[in-house]
Design a protein around this ligand. Structure first.
Ligand code: ATP
Length: 501
C-alpha cells in the first residue's frame, strides 16, 4: 500500500495551478473558507455532473430537486437539529484554544516532561510520553492549561429573515440538504406520480459552524453535499429481506463502486459500521465509506437507514400527512428512507489525492494527476510546436475552437513543448494535440502539409498521428472510455518524437 499524498503537496499544487485558493487571501484569508479556482470549479462541476448522471438522470427510480438554503425555522425543530445538532466543545483555560471534545485524543500533544527537567516534546496522538510514561491530561496545543468540561455547541449558523433583527425573524442556513427532500416529499410524489421505491436527490451548499474546521477542504464551515433520500415501503420484502435493509446494502455497494469507477483505489477505501452508541437518534443503521486521506482514514460519505423518523416528525410538526398509499395492500404507509450523503469537497480532495503521482521520466521528475477523463478539468490541450509560425498557430486555434464545442479544451503556447506537456500532466489533462510543420507544410519549400496532428496520451505518454478531420471522433471514443491502445491502434506513431514525451 503506497503512502497517501501529503496535504502540503495538494495545497501547494492547488494554489499554483488554480484548483483551490484561500478565501479572501489578500485580506489575510477567512478561517476554513476556500475558493475554487478555474480548474477547481471544472473538477467540482464534473464530480457533481457524473454523480447526477449516474444516480439521477440514468435511473428510472430517481428524481432531483434544487431547494432553497433558507427554510422555515420549524424544519429544524422537527428534524431535531435545534436540539441535537451539537458537538461537545472544550476550551483551554490557559491559551484559550478551542477543541471538539471528541477530537482531542486524535491530536498530537505538547508535553513538558518532568523526567527530563521539563523539556518540551510533541508526542504523537494517543501515545504516552516515552520518558515519563504520562498520558495527556492538559491542553494538547500549549501543554500547560487545563481543559474545561465539555459544553454542547449548536453547529447551525443563525441569521435573520427580513430587515428586523428580532427573535421572530431568526432562521438558519441549512446544515444539510436532506431536509428539503422530506418537506417536499408529497409535492414530488404527487407531481411526478411516483411508485415506491424511489429517491429524491439534491446537490447544494450546506453550512456548519464547525468548532475545529481544518485540513484544507476536508472540514469547512461552508461546503457542498450530494444527498439522496431513497424511500422504500417498510412492508415490502426484497430477496427475503425487509426492503429498507436490502436497499441500504444496495446503496452501500453502489456508492463504493461509484468512487472506484472514477479512480479511487480499493486500497484507500473501506466501510465503517457505526457502533450502537454512536448511531444518530434517528438511525437504524449507518455505514460510512472512509477514505485514506492525507490525515488518515476519515469519512468520505455516510449511508444511513433513517427509518420513518423524518417524515413522521415533519407530519407531526406541520400537521400535513406525509404518507404513501400502498395500492396492493390498500393502506397508507410512512416510507422508510435510506440516505446516501456525500460531500463534494471531500470527494474532490480524495480524487485529487488518489490521482497524484510523481514519476521519473528520463531522469526527470514528472508530476501527474491521473484523473479519470470524465473528471479531468481540461480534456484536451492544443499546443503549437512553433509559435512564430502563423499557419501553425492559426490551425491550432481552429482545432481548439472546434473541439471546445464539446469539451473543455485549452490552447497554450507559452513555453517549449516538453514544458507544455508537463504542465498539462500536472493538472491531469488526459490528451494533448500538437500542431507542427508537418501538419501545415512549408510553402517556401513547396512542401504540402499532411493535415495530421500528434495526439499524446497522458498516462502512457504514447503518441499517434491523427488526421485533423478525425480528431472529434477519436476524442469522443477516448473520452467515452475507450482505452488508448484501442483508439490509437488505427493511427501511425509520429516518425520522430521531435516533441519529446
Ligand atoms: P463528520 O463526522 O466528518 O463531521 P458527518 O457525519 O457530520 O461528518 P454527515 O452529516 O453525514 O457528516 O454529512 C454527509 C457528508 O457531508 C460527509 O460524509 C462529508 O463528506 C460532508 N461533510 C459534512 N461536514 C462537512 C464539513 N464540515 N466540511 C466538508 N464536508 C463535510
Amino acid at each position: 500500500m503506497s503512502e497517501p499524498t501529503s496535504m502540503d503537496v495538494l495545497v501547494s499544487l492547488s494554489k499554483r495551478r488554480g484548483f483551490v485558493f484561500q478565501s479572501s487571501e489578500i485580506y489575510g484569508g477567512t478561517g476554513s473558507c476556500w475558493d475554487y479556482g478555474p480548474l477547481g470549479v471544472e473538477l467540482k462541476n464534473n464530480i457533481k455532473r457524473v454523480w447526477w448522471r449516474d444516480f439521477v438522470q440514468t435511473r428510472a427510480d430517481m428524481v432531483g430537486i434544487d431547494a432553497s438554503i433558507l427554510m422555515h425555522p420549524t424544519v429544524w425543530k422537527a428534524s431535531g437539529h435545534l436540539d441535537h445538532f451539537t458537538d461537545p466543545m472544550v476550551d483551554c483555560r490557559e491559551c484559550k484554544h478551542r477543541f471538539r471534545a471528541d477530537h482531542v485524543d486524535a491530536l498530537p500533544w505538547v508535553h513538558y516532561c518532568p523526567a527530563t527537567k521539563g523539556n518540551k516534546f510533541t508526542i504523537p496522538a494517543g501515545e504516552p510520553c516515552g520518558h515519563c510514561g504520562q498520558r495527556r491530561t492538559l491542553c494538547p496545543q500549549c501543554g500547560k492549561g487545563e481543559l474545561t468540561a465539555p459544553r454542547q455547541f449548536n453547529l447551525m449558523f443563525k441569521t435573520f429573515m427580513g430587515p428586523v433583527e428580532e427573535d421572530a425573524a431568526v432562521t438558519y442556513l441549512r446544515p444539510e440538504t436532506a431536509q428539503a427532500m422530506f418537506v417536499n416529499f408529497d409535492n414530488v410524489l404527487q407531481s411526478m406520480r411516483l411508485k415506491l421505491p424511489f429517491g429524491i436527490a439534491q446537490a447544494g451548499r450546506s453550512f456548519r459552524n464547525e468548532i475545529t474546521p481544518g485540513n484544507f477542504i476536508f472540514r469547512t464551515r461552508e461546503f457542498e453535499q450530494m444527498e439522496i433520500e431513497y424511500f422504500v415501503n417498510p412492508n415490502d420484502r426484497v430477496d427475503g429481506r425487509p426492503a429498507d435493509e436490502y436497499w441500504h446494502d444496495r446503496w452501500i455497494e453502489d456508492c463504493m463502486a461509484w468512487f472506484r469507477r472514477y479512480g479511487l483505489s480499493a486500497d484507500n477505501l473501506r466501510l465503517r459500521e457505526h457502533e450502537r452508541d454512536e448511531l444518530a437518534h434517528y438511525a437504524k443503521r449507518t455505514v460510512d465509506i472512509e477514505y485514506r486521506f492525507p490525515i488518515g482514514w476519515s469519512e468520505l460519505m455516510g449511508i444511513a437507514n433513517r427509518t420513518d423518523f423524518d417524515l413522521k416528525q415533519h407530519a407531526k410538526w406541520s400537521g400535513k400527512s406525509l404518507t404513501y398509499f400502498d395500492d396492493e395492500r390498500k393502506e397508507h404507509v410512512v416510507p422508510f428512507v435510506v440516505e446516501p450523503a456525500a460531500g463534494v469537497d471531500r470527494a474532490l480532495l480524495a480524487f485529487m489525492a488518489d490521482a497524484y503521482r510523481e514519476e521519473e521520466v528520463r531522469g526527470e521528475k514528472r508530476v501527474v494527476l491521473k484523473f479519470h477523463p470524465e473528471l479531468a478539468p481540461i480534456k484536451v490541450a492544443v499546443l503549437p510546436l512553433l509559435k512564430k509560425r502563423d499557419d501553425i498557430v492559426r490551425t491550432a486555434h481552429t482545432i481548439r475552437a472546434d473541439l471546445a464545442k464539446h469539451w473543455r479544451v485549452v490552447y497554450d503556447d507559452t513555453a517549449a513543448i516538453g514544458r507544455l506537456y508537463r504542465r498539462q500532466d500536472e493538472v491531469g489533462t488526459p490528451y494533448c494535440v500538437t500542431v507542427d510543420v508537418q501538419t501545415v507544410g512549408d510553402s517556401e519549400r513547396g512542401e504540402a502539409g499532411d493535415f495530421r496532428v500528434t495526439i499524446r496520451d497522458r498516462d502512457s505518454m504514447e503518441q499517434a498521428r491523427v488526421p485533423i478531420a478525425e480528431l472529434g471522433a477519436v476524442f469522443r471514443e477516448l473520452l467515452d472510455g475507450a482505452p488508448w491502445s484501442q483508439a490509437a491502434r488505427r493511427y501511425p506513431a509520429p516518425a520522430a518524437k521531435a516533441s519529446g514525451p
